[in-house]
Design a protein around this ligand. Sequence first.
Ligand code: NAD
Length: 341
Amino acid sequence: MSWELVLWLLALCAPLLLLVQLLRFLRADGDLALLWAEWQGRRPEWELTDMVVWVTGASSGIGEELAFQLSKLGVSLVLSARRVPELERVKRRCLENGNLKEKDILVLPLDLTDRSSHEAATKTVLQEFGRIDILVNNGGRTQRSLCVDTSMDVYKELIELNYLGTISLTKCVLPHMIERKQGKIVTVNSFMGILSAPLSTGYSASKHALQGFFNGLRTELDNTCPGIIVSNICPGPVQSDIVKNALTEDVTKSSPGSYGDQSYKMATSRCVRLMLITMANDLKEVWIAHQPFLLMPYLWQYMPTWAWWITSKLGKKRIENFQSGMDADSFYFKTWKAKHD
Ligand SMILES: NC(=O)c1ccc[n+]([C@@H]2O[C@H](COP(=O)([O-])OP(=O)(O)OC[C@H]3O[C@@H](n4cnc5c(N)ncnc54)[C@H](O)[C@@H]3O)[C@@H](O)[C@H]2O)c1
């Protein structure tokens, strides 16, 4: 075959290959490194067994599902949140369906905003299991309110809980991991740690702060203790109680928005599976969401001018949805997802 013919064939195939890749990307639900790890990387079933994993915010949503999937891998689990009955329910679910025994799961009530209790809680875990292999910083709350209406107490609460509570617990666990020269610190961040949207100014600020903190911590540990892995997990919309539990303009007022229909969001089980793949493969930062949500962090990173334009257009609809009592994102993304299911 002549070189000319080969070049012609390549020229014909390249657009086809590009088109195939584009179509694959439009079906993707994680960033490329994460999907590569899912395809070719280490399996959670090989890597995470026998580990001691401490999950905060384990009483509902992503944290509950994470506990459930981890229980099938044969880890030792510490389940933390504020509501003990809910944690006991999650524990029973793990025992019924997982490979664990009573002694493998510790229910440890913890309020992330009560920072003075974090040292004692860490000691309790170490007394019970002797080590902490993975800390999953998952507990947190979102926000649904316009900045102009929101009291400073709400901003304070979001920073106390999502940011200061998370770094306080991390700082309690870190010396133990440094002593062992190993461990994984996994933080459930959000697309809102990369971009921003109306109605979530305080939430977004707290998640951006976490992103800055953990990216900085990773560079410190890379040089002083490379066996400790810092992973930032950034999901887009995932089915959970997050909107139901959202802070509003006043700390004492619960979320008024409708949150019944979550069909446009990613299934919690899929999000958690991708989180386990992240942990098994020591990925530093991952983005998890269905399209078209997944496009957003790519746009914000690589085409910020376009990202601003689109966010502003979508933001207008988001505010209108919210003001008419609907979940901010449900209406306009539901149609898109229904077409692609
Ligand atoms: N669901 C989503 O769409 C989504 C998207 C991106 C990021 N996230 C992040 O995922 C994490 C889990 O949220 P979720 O979606 O499962 O929501 P969720 O409301 O179902 O779960 C939040 C968990 O955090 C706990 N929590 C709240 N305040 C706490 C406190 N003061 N002390 C200790 N625990 C506390 C709750 O009890 C609950 O267990 C959060 O950090 C959230 O920011 C969620």
